[in-house]
Design a protein around this ligand. Structure first.
Ligand code: GAL
Length: 956
């Protein structure tokens, strides 16, 4: 055979040949199936044609081949390496041609049919996902080949099956014409990464069917009709339904929504099999310029979900999918965009069951064509249209029976063109019951909603007000931010400000955080690897780690912030009138699933608590609820009310008492610490003492407080820049991380101008400035004491032309020992000026190690906000005003230099930062920077700390 013939299909724009038409994905109740997942024989070749296809023949001896787990990616199983690019194609752009170096994995599996496998009927071989192009043989017969990595493909194989020793051979090419359509921002991971299943198809089996289950919110009725390729009967015993396929019936039902995911179990019985149905009655429509479900506009509080597992890549098991859904529900997320391809079909079953709105997105992205001004973009080239239509139909046919899927998305970042229009037309023709989404179409030619990504707050507000212009069609459409709040590293900042807009303007129907999980790859030396760690020629570094979950699925502070910002119940108030305002922010459900309680806390310690009775509130309604009188005899100190809404009973996604929403209301003001300046500075041998403070007489540097040695206390303005500080190369906004470094804020010098001892003060005058610049900060440290406690007041005055904000402003110092930390203030996790909603004022404790947030690429992290006082390393520190606390076992410079967590080795000291202010975080790693109100402007500032030695336990 000629090599040319063998590999033609790889570079062919067609979607493939030989596969069956797409259809609904379901598991039969009675027809047998055989999972072919497991260990397969595997051989990797460097090119598509390096080996002939004799391995597919019966009797081929693959005994010396490697073994590989299916589902799986060979590059994550020690054969070759993953490649990460955001939008650049990792091969020359010459569609549909692909490189000669085209890693090709031959997969071989020999299987017997189970004893009870029926001898009658047919059989279908199903592949749920193979990247990027596969050719399939069974028992030496060539079944065909296909592209469309995250889409199912089935082949009729009944006539080829034997009871034993069936030889299934699959040749998988990493690169194919299909790769041009799959330029999503993610790792390139070839392989058979989803299930392979053999399905018995009895005579008279169901083929494809379409469940139409609408809900009439006025009448409270559902209408059911199941169209089926093979006639049969549909029964839903709970509803007393028993009707023929193709016929419809209308009965009173409870509707399905993400908040109330009511499913009815039913059966489709054809002559040859019974298929379980899970029916959710709901109607999605575009009415009054809004996306409405069951007659009510919905607000999406969403996430973009790529499939990811740090060891298995996109080969997810059911437990991981379930964990994703549970984590979403537990963090108040109500919507998922399946960026940027249809997920494993079992994920959608979970969304039906637990309740999540789904934007199901087609496996299509051609982003790399932006590099050439979108010239030759396959979506605007008729030769590719069959492939696009194939992708659209494989998604819609597979997923059409899921009530959770409320919107179809044509794909992502593929420009615009005739192919997309053709997809839209096809989808509308096949399923008119769901609106269409596509972000790249700003004129909304093919879509039913105006969708954007990373628009800043001001623009979103203009859109909300309808002042954004655009085509006539677009002006009448609802708006979704299909991506926002780029969750890369520390951040995203500004979530609460966006949410206020979404809740203020009807047209803004919510948004989807980019993205759900960091795609870090577990790595023996690096902890988690990211782009470039596998020696890629082109890569986009840690831009692949931009999720709300760390790679191991631990929630990042960003997810906790999001949970608070999108809570389904608003709890707000101020001390004044002794009431809290409770708002039901849901779209469908009342509050009956929740139990409310109050707790009265003094200095963060609960004094008394009780239940709070909240009236039944319909969606959108609010009530002012009276708090009890403050408990008599409560201890003195700063007091506040915490009101919580928890689950009143176990739910499928979280147990009773799971915290859903909360709010805090101050009950009294904090008394700021005062220190009477009564102690006098006493000169000694090369030192000066002032109360418990010991200072170097020449430099004025604090060396100890009581018996606690203190290292290098001084002003600090630098933070290890975050991904959001650094911004992305294409950002047009000012990228402060770069500007700060350019100015030299990471290498400030401290010039000593004077050490002055006064009657009752020690004053140290300095100027803090970087080499090569005229700007600086005149900084004065003023120390006083009452004999027991030591007060430091820092006064800074910017000098010169400060055109940039400061990263941080505060002091830092080292302690020789510190392990446990206690504080009264914001916690338990980190917070920054624009990521502080989840921070709860309370009395907290942690170890220094646990204060660290494990961002995959190390960067500023771990600050606790609003700290009134803290104890660590034998010191007690009170703030006037409250401060930000950070403590770590490495310096900021070491943190800044690290590229992976494994670069961070604990030193001998614990470095403590006490900040007066921090600059906001924003989400400029792809979106807007922090809003101006979160900037830390260089301006005169004064702040104080009171130090004393603390009885803090240093053990355990
Ligand atoms: C968007 C894109 C996503 C991802 C994100 C940045 O442009 O749709 O796939 O690349 O930016 O992380």
């Amino acid at each position: 055979m000629s090599t040319h013939t063998v590999t033609d299909y790889v570079e062919d724009v067609s979607p493939g040949s030989g596969a069956l038409p797409p259809r609904a994905w379901y598991a039969s109740s009675d027809a047998k199936s055989l999972s072919l997942n497991g260990n397969w024989r595997f051989r990797l070749s460097p090119t598509a044609d390096a080996e002939d296809d004799s391995f597919a023949e019966e009797g081929y001896d693959a005994g010396d081949w490697a073994q590989i787990a299916v589902p799986g990616h060979w590059v994550l199983q020690d054969h070759g390496s993953p490649i990460y690019t955001n939008h650049l194609y990792p091969f020359p752009v010459d569609p549909p041609r692909v490189p000669t170096e085209n890693p090709t994995g031959d997969h071989l599996r020999v299987f017997d049919l189970p004893q009870d496998w029926p001898s009658d009927g047919g059989a279908v071989l199903r592949f749920d996902g193979v990247e990027s192009c596969a050719r399939v043989w069974l028992n030496g017969t060539d079944l065909g080949e296909f592209k469309g990595s995250r889409l199912p493909h089935e082949f009729a194989v009944g006539h080829l099956l034997k009871t034993a020793d069936n030889v299934l051979a699959v040749r998988v090419h990493q690169w194919s014409a299909g790769s041009y359509l799959e330029d999503q921002d993610q790792w390139w991971l070839p392989g058979i990464f989803r299930d392979v299943t053999l399905l018995h198809r009895p005579a008279g089996a169901a083929l494809d069917f379409f469940v139409h289950a609408s809900y009439d919110h006025r009448a409270g009725t559902g209408t059911l009709r199941v169209d089926s390729d093979v006639d049969g009967r549909v029964t839903v015993s709970e509803l007393g339904i028993d009707l023929a396929t193709g016929e419809s019936v209308t009965v009173p039902v409870e509707p399905w929504s993400a908040e109330t995911p009511r499913l009815y179990e039913g059966t489709l019985a054809t002559e040859g099999e019974r298929v379980p149905l899970r029916i959710g009655f709901r109607t999605v429509e575009l009415a009054d310029g809004l996306i409405k479900v069951n007659g009510r506009p919905v607000l999406f509080k969403g996430v973009n979900r790529h499939e990811w597992h740090p060891e298995r890549g996109r080969a997810l098991d059911l437990a991981t999918m379930r964990e994703d859904v549970l984590l979403m529900k537990r963090h108040n997320v109500n919507a998922v965009r399946t960026s940027h391809y249809p997920p494993h079909p079992a994920f959608l079953d979970l969304c039906d069951e637990f309740g999540l709105w789904v934007i199901d997105e087609c496996d299509l992205e051609t982003h790399g064509f932006t590099e050439q001004g979108w010239r030759d973009n396959p979506v605007d080239d008729d030769r590719w249209t069959p492939a696009l239509l194939d992708r659209a139909s494989r998604m819609v046919e597979r997923d059409k029976n899921h009530p959770s899927v409320v919107i179809w998305s044509l794909g992502n970042e593929a420009g615009t063109g005739r192919g997309l229009t053709a997809m839209a037309e096809w989808i509308r023709g096949r399923d008119s019951s769901r609106p269409l989404h596509y972000e790249g179409d700003h004129g909304c030619r093919d879509t039913d909603m105006y969708s954007r990504m990373y628009a800043d707050h001001a623009e979103v507000e203009r859109i909300g007000r309808g002042l954004d212009g655009g085509t006539l069609k677009r002006r009448r459409l609802p708006f979704v931010l299909c991506e926002y709040a780029h969750a890369m590293g520390n951040g995203p900042g500004g979530l609460a400000d966006y949410q206020r807009l979404f809740e203020s303007y009807d047209r803004l129907q919510g948004a989807f955080v980019w993205e759900w999980i960091d795609h870090g790859i577990a790595h023996p030396e690096l902890g988690y690897a990211y782009g470039g760690d596998f020696g890629e020629e082109l890569h986009d570094g840690n831009f692949v780690c931009d999720g709300l979950l760390f790679p191991d699925r631990r929630p990042s502070p960003g997810l906790l912030e999001y949970k608070k910002v999108i809570e389904p119940v608003g709890i707000t108030g101020d001390a004044g009138d002794g009431t809290v305002r409770i708002t039901n922010k849901q779209d469908f459900a009342g509050l009956s699933a929740l139990a409310f309680s109050w707790s009265y806390e003094v200095e963060g310690e609960p004094v008394e608590s009780g239940t709070l009775s909240v009236p039944a509130l319909a969606p959108g309604e609010s009530a002012d609820v009276k708090l009890p009188a403050p408990p008599a005899g409560a201890p003195a100190g700063e007091a506040l009310w915490t009101v919580r809404a928890v689950l009143a009973a176990d739910t499928p996604w979280a147990p009773k008492d799971h915290l859903v929403a909360w709010g805090q209301v101050p009950a009294s003001q904090r008394c700021l610490p005062t220190v009477a300046a009564t102690a006098r500075p006493v000169p000694g041998d090369g030192m000066i003492s002032l109360g418990p403070g010991i200072f170097d007489a020449r430099t004025g540097a604090l060396t100890a407080i009581g018996d606690v040695p203190v290292l290098g206390l001084r002003l600090d303005v630098w933070r290890a820049t975050t991904d959001n500080d650094d911004g992305a190369p294409w950002q047009s906004d000012l990228r402060y991380g770069l500007l700060w470094r350019g100015l030299g804020l990471h290498r400030m010098r401290h010039r000593l101008d004077a050490v002055e001892t006064g009657e009752r003060t020690l004053t140290v005058r300095t100027r803090v400035a970087p080499a090569a610049r005229e700007l600086g900060l005149s900084t004065v440290y003023r120390w006083t004491s009452d004999g027991d406690r030591l007060r430091l007041t820092v006064c800074t005055t910017p000098e010169g032309d400060w055109t940039v904000p400061l990263p941080r402003l505060g002091i830092r110092f080292g302690l020789s020992t510190a392990d446990r930390v206690r504080w009264f203030g914001g916690g338990p996790g980190e917070a920054y000026p624009d990521t502080r909603m989840a921070s709860t004022v309370g009395s907290w404790q942690s170890t220094v190690d646990d204060l660290q947030t494990p961002y995959v690429r190390p960067q500023e992290n771990g600050a606790r906000i609003d700290v009134r006082w803290a104890e660590l390393g034998g010191l007690r520190i009170e703030g006037d005003p409250a401060f930000w606390l950070t403590a770590r076992r490495w310096t900021t410079e070491q943190l800044d230099a690290a590229t992976h967590r494994t670069d961070l080795a604990p030193g001998t000291a614990v470095w403590v930062n006490l900040d007066h202010r921090q600059h906001g975080v924003g989400s400029q790693s792809c979106g807007p920077g922090p809003l101006p109100r979160y900037h830390l402007r260089a301006a005169p500032a004064e702040f104080s700390f009171v130090f004393s030695t603390a009885p803090a336990p240093e053990t355990g």
